[in-house]
Design a binder for this molecule. Structure first.
Ligand code: KIV
Length: 284
């Protein structure tokens, strides 16, 4: 937990409802490199965002992974700018402390710079996100530069890029044969002005080299132990999504099982008229 983010009380009190919470900014995220690990997690709705914000997560991402875990799509490809804005607006309302980033979905920034800038501006203005994230390496550096010049905080995302699933023919771990390209991408993105870079599905040795070479934080997901921070998907770490569980996921709770058991008890009690009881009824 960073010193200075909470005012007047100790950590436990800080996490209670009445603590005065200091909002994390882009500068706080950048300054955490070499000082403390950056904790990032995805969220897609108000209730979940509020819970994880109060837990002390530093950065919340409304990822295009919402396509799979919220909408049941097979990949992130179908996700639209409108869907990102819809979910980010809800998440925003639940956050007091964490820095809020929203993904630019597939097709929203690749057609032209004009289209990309228009969509980035829409996401920032309409959703309340404090930054956007986009997948891509040095080929997107000129676009990133334009966004940064406009005042938009940009987070990079290299390595395994789920929006390339069709072109790649699957989800492939990166860095075994393209180390130089990944390092060049990271340097180009840093020079273009991103405040941080997600390294997804990258072999640990290469993540380590990138993390040492650049002066902005790297945030790993399946990228080993050397990154400056970590990010996981909400439904993965809480055991709520078992369509596919990648090797890099650590499940911190099995909320899916708890919900299923509770729902089964509810079904049983309604069928048997155990619920509702008299105490749940209103009287004249
Ligand atoms: O869409 C997403 O959730 C992401 C993270 C997993 C990095 O891009």
């Amino acid at each position: 937990m960073s010193e200075g983010f909470f005012v007047n009380t100790q950590m436990e009190d800080n996490l209670s409802k009445h603590a005065e919470v200091k909002k994390i900014t882009v500068n706080n995220i950048k300054n955490m490199k070499h000082k403390e690990k950056i904790v990032c997690l995805t969220a897609y709705d108000y209730t979940s965002a509020k819970i994880i914000d109060e837990s002390g997560v530093d950065l919340i991402l409304v990822g295009d992974s919402l396509g799979m875990v919220m909408n049941g799509y097979e990949s992130t490809i179908p996700v639209t700018v409108d869907e990102i804005i819809y979910h980010t607006k809800s998440v925003k309302k639940g956050i007091k402390r964490a820095f809020l980033v929203a993904d630019m979905p597939f097709g929203s920034y690749q057609i032209s710079d004009e289209q990309a800038l228009t969509n980035a501006v829409r996401i920032i203005k309409e959703s309340g996100a404090e930054a956007i994230k986009l997948e891509g390496g040095k080929e997107f550096a000129p676009l990133v530069k334009k966004m940064v010049k406009m005042g938009i905080n940009v987070m990079g995302h290299i390595g395994l890029m789920p929006q390339q699933v069709l072109a790649e023919g699957g989800y492939k771990i990166q860095g075994r044969h393209n180390e130089e390209k990944l390092i060049e991408d990271a340097i180009a993105l840093e020079e273009a002005g991103v405040f941080s870079i997600v390294l997804e599905g990258v072999v640990d040795e290469v993540s380590k080299k990138i993390t040492e070479k650049i002066s902005i934080p790297t945030i790993g997901i399946g990228a080993g132990i050397h990154c400056d921070g970590q990010i996981l998907v909400f439904q993965d770490i809480f055991g709520m999504f078992d369509d596919f569980v990648p090797k890099f996921v650590k499940q911190y709770a099995n909320v899916g099982k708890i919900i299923k058991e509770a729902a089964m008890t509810y079904c049983k009690e309604v069928k048997s008229s155990e619920f509702p009881e008299d105490k749940h009824s209103f009287k004249r």
